[in-house]
Design a protein around this ligand. Structure first.
Ligand code: KG4
Length: 338
C-alpha cells in the first residue's frame, strides 16, 4: 500500500491531499481572499497566508482521509514553477515533516502535475484515465501549451504562448471591463447569457502550434476605448455580449491549433488541464470537437482544474513507483518547463 501526502503552495492556494495506490482519499484547498482587493496575487501576502494555512490544511487532509501520519509512505510537494516565497513554504514544510516522520520526499513539477491530474482515481475501479500518447491542452493563468504526453514521465511541449497566457487574456480583459478578479470565472458566467457572434476580435497568426494572446488584449482595449467615446455606458449595456464574444475568440484560438496538432500527429485522445479548463465554453468546444473528429476527450473534475494538491500527490505516486526521490538540499525554482 503506497500512501502519498501531496502539498501544493505554488501561487495563492494552499492545498494538501492524500492519495493511496492512485485513489484519492482527500483534497483540501484553502484559497486566499486577501488578494481580491488588489486585483491580482500579491506574492508577499501569498507566502504569509501559506504559512498560516499549511498546518491546518495538512491536518484536515489527513483527517478527512482517515490516515495517520505514520501511514504516509512519502511526501510529494510542488517544487516549481510558481512564486518563490509561496513555494518555499510548501518545500520547507515538506522537508520538516519528512525529517520528523523519516519518510522520503518527492519533488513535483507543477505543470506535469496539471497533466497527470487526469490519472487521479475516484475509486479503485475508476478506468477513465487517458491512454498514451495523448495531447493535453494546458491552459492556466501562467501557461498556454499543447503537451504531447508520451508516458507519466515523458512529456514534450509542442506549442506554447509566445506572450500572454489564455488565463491572463481572460483576467486582463475582465479588468478592462471593471469586472473584478479573477476575471475568467466572471467572464464565463456573463458569457452564458451573451451573443458570441456579436463582436469580432483579431486572431493572431503565429507559427506552428504556438499561441499569442497579447494582440487580442490590445484589440479588445482599443475597441472598448472607441466605443466608450460614443457611449460611456457601452460596457455596462453590452457586457454579456462582450464576454461571450471574447470567450469565443479565446476558445477558437486555443482549439484551432489543437485540432491541427491532433490531425498532424494522428492522435485522437485529447485532454485539457489547468485553471482555464474550468471554462464552460471550452468544455463545450471539447465536446463538440469530440463529436466532429471522433476524439476521446478527458476533461478534469472542477476540483482538479485549479491548483490542488491531489494532482501533486498523483504525480508523486508515479514518481514513487519509479523510485524518484529527492534530497533535503532541494530548493524551489520559480521558472521551469515540463
Ligand atoms: O491553473 P490556475 O488555477 O493557476 C494559475 O495559473 O496560477 O489558473 C488560474 C486561471 C486564471 O487566469 C483564471 O481566470 C482562470 O484560470 N479561470 C478561468 C475559469 N476559471 C478559472 N478562465 C476562464 N473560465 C473559467 N471558468
Amino acid at each position: 500500500m503506497i500512501t502519498i501526502l501531496g502539498i501544493e503552495s505554488s501561487c495563492d492556494d494552499t492545498s494538501a491531499a492524500v492519495i493511496r495506490d492512485g485513489v484519492i482519499l482527500s483534497n483540501v484547498i484553502t484559497t486566499q481572499a486577501v488578494h481580491e482587493r488588489y486585483g491580482g496575487v500579491v506574492p508577499e501576502l501569498a507566502s504569509r497566508a501559506h504559512q498560516q494555512n499549511i498546518i491546518p490544511v495538512v491536518h484536515d487532509a489527513l483527517k478527512q482521509a482517515g490516515v495517520a501520519k505514520n501511514e504516509i509512505s512519502a511526501i510529494a510537494f510542488t517544487r516549481g514553477p510558481g512564486l518563490l516565497g509561496s513555494l518555499l513554504v510548501g518545500t520547507s514544510f515538506a522537508k520538516g515533516l519528512s525529517s520528523a516522520l523519516n519518510v522520503p520526499m518527492i519533488e513535483v513539477n507543477h505543470l506535469q502535475a496539471h497533466v497527470l491530474a487526469h490519472f487521479i482515481k475516484e475509486t479503485p475501479e475508476d478506468r477513465n484515465q487517458p491512454n498514451f500518447p495523448f495531447l493535453c491542452l494546458l491552459v492556466s493563468g501562467g501557461n498556454s501549451q499543447i503537451v504531447l504526453v508520451k508516458s507519466y514521465n515523458d512529456m514534450e511541449i509542442i506549442g506554447q504562448t509566445i506572450d500572454d497566457a489564455a488565463g491572463e487574456a481572460f483576467d486582463k480583459c475582465a479588468k478592462v471591463m471593471g469586472l473584478g478578479y479573477p476575471g475568467g470565472p466572471i467572464v464565463d458566467k456573463l458569457a452564458k447569457s451573451g451573443n458570441p457572434e456579436r463582436f469580432t476580435f483579431s486572431k493572431p497568426h503565429v507559427a506552428g502550434y504556438n499561441y499569442s494572446f497579447s494582440g487580442l488584449k490590445t484589440s479588445f482595449l482599443y475597441f472598448l476605448r472607441d466605443e466608450l467615446k460614443n457611449d460611456p455606458d457601452f460596457i455596462e449595456k453590452n457586457k454579456e455580449d462582450l464576454c461571450a464574444s471574447l470567450q469565443k475568440t479565446i476558445i477558437d484560438i486555443l482549439t484551432d491549433k489543437l485540432v491541427r496538432a491532433a490531425k498532424d500527429l494522428n492522435i485522437d485522445e485529447v485532454a485539457v488541464a489547468g485553471g482555464v479548463s474550468a471554462n464552460s465554453g471550452l468544455r463545450g468546444a471539447f465536446e463538440e470537437h469530440s463529436r466532429r473528429y471522433g476524439w476521446k476527450i478527458h476533461i478534469p473534475k472542477f476540483a482538479y482544474t485549479t491548483d490542488n494538491a491531489a494532482m501533486v500527490a498523483i504525480t508523486g505516486y508515479y514518481k514513487y513507483l519509479d523510485g524518484e526521490f529527492c534530497g533535503k538540499e532541494v530548493a524551489p525554482y520559480a521558472r521551469v518547463s515540463i
